[in-house]
Write a new protein. Structure first.
Length: 312
């Protein structure tokens, strides 16, 4: 039996059953994973941050054979140098795009003119107001506890989400530290109308990453991630604690992007010391690898239990 729905502006705008969006993880957020998210009632997202645009184009085509549910594409502006990707996304009939890692002014107008719904990922109130000025339909507001590339001046979700929600009228998706119904309920109490999951979906049964990474997440404590490259050059990021990332945290590196040369060995070969495994603090709460449909169903059921049990 399916859990009782949670209708919000997010579900209405995106045409999805559950107000859960999947993070656009480079190399990982492709058709195998993203179709499972869409088929489970959430919003699957195809990544572009790998920069492998020919592969991305094929993954978008594959999605249409794997799901008849809505899905979207992320345009990671710092990693996508080919402006033709925007026209390609439009030509493929995509209805929802998230933009990130860049100025929302760059593509929002073009996407909106083509009739697409656009959400921008922001790590600060200033970023949120810039995205509102650009004309976005919604925001993904990401706290510093989330995995991946971060604002070096990170702000925790508990502070950032209500700060943004109090300042804007568009719907907000909360990201960073979200993995179940309890955290979804907390995000909604802070003003969000949807949630984005990264590490929880990364460690799901359908995730294409190596079992070693999933096992490391399941075995992690909440202190088993590190915040790297806060002083630059290049972006800051949050990653799984390993001997390699401990060393980078202590000694720094001249070029953080050089540490990603072994990404394929980390993600799909299971050698967690070959590079950087981008992972959020919420790994400390994940205790089991589960199918995405089960994760989502349990999330919605727990959400309702938590909300109904709040003091009146």
């Amino acid at each position: 039996m399916s859990a009782k729905p949670v209708p919000t502006r997010i579900t209405d705008m995106l045409g999805i059953e559950k107000p859960i969006i999947q993070a656009a993880m480079g190399w990982i957020a492709r058709s195998q994973l993203s179709s499972a998210v869409s088929n489970a009632g959430g919003m699957g997202i195809i990544e572009t941050s790998s920069g492998e645009l020919d592969a991305v184009r094929e993954e978008i085509k594959k999605m249409k054979t794997l799901t008849d549910k809505p899905f979207g594409v992320n345009v990671a502006q710092a990693f996508v140098r080919d402006p033709d990707i925007i026209q390609f996304v439009i030509d493929q009939g995509i209805k929802f795009v998230t933009t990130s890692a860049g100025d929302p002014m760059k593509y929002t107008g073009m996407l909106k003119e083509a009739g697409l719904t656009v959400f921008h990922v922001v790590p600060s109130l200033q970023g949120a107001m810039r995205a509102i000025e650009a004309g976005v339909d919604g925001l993904i507001v990401e706290g510093g506890e989330g995995g991946g590339f971060k604002n070096p001046k990170d702000v925790a979700s508990m502070v950032l989400i209500p700060q943004v929600c109090e300042a804007v009228d568009v719907p907000v998706v909360a990201a960073g530290g979200i993995m179940d119904g309890r955290t979804m309920a907390a995000a909604f109490c802070l003003g969000a109308e949807g949630v984005l999951m990264g590490t929880r979906i990364l460690s799901s049964a359908e995730s294409p990453v190596h079992q070693n990474w999933k096992d490391a997440i399941v075995g992690a404590d909440s202190t088993d991630t590190v915040f790297l490259n806060r002083s630059g050059p290049g972006p800051a990021l949050r990653a799984l604690r390993t001997e390699r990332t401990d060393r980078i945290q202590k000694e720094g590196v001249e070029n953080i992007f050089g540490e990603f040369a072994g990404t394929q060995d980390v993600y799909f070969g299971g050698n967690l010391e070959a590079g950087i495994a981008l992972t959020g603090q919420v790994a400390g709460r994940i205790k089991e690898v589960k199918p995405i449909a089960q994760i989502f169903e349990e999330t919605i059921e727990e959400y309702h239990r938590v909300v109904s049990g709040l003091p009146r």
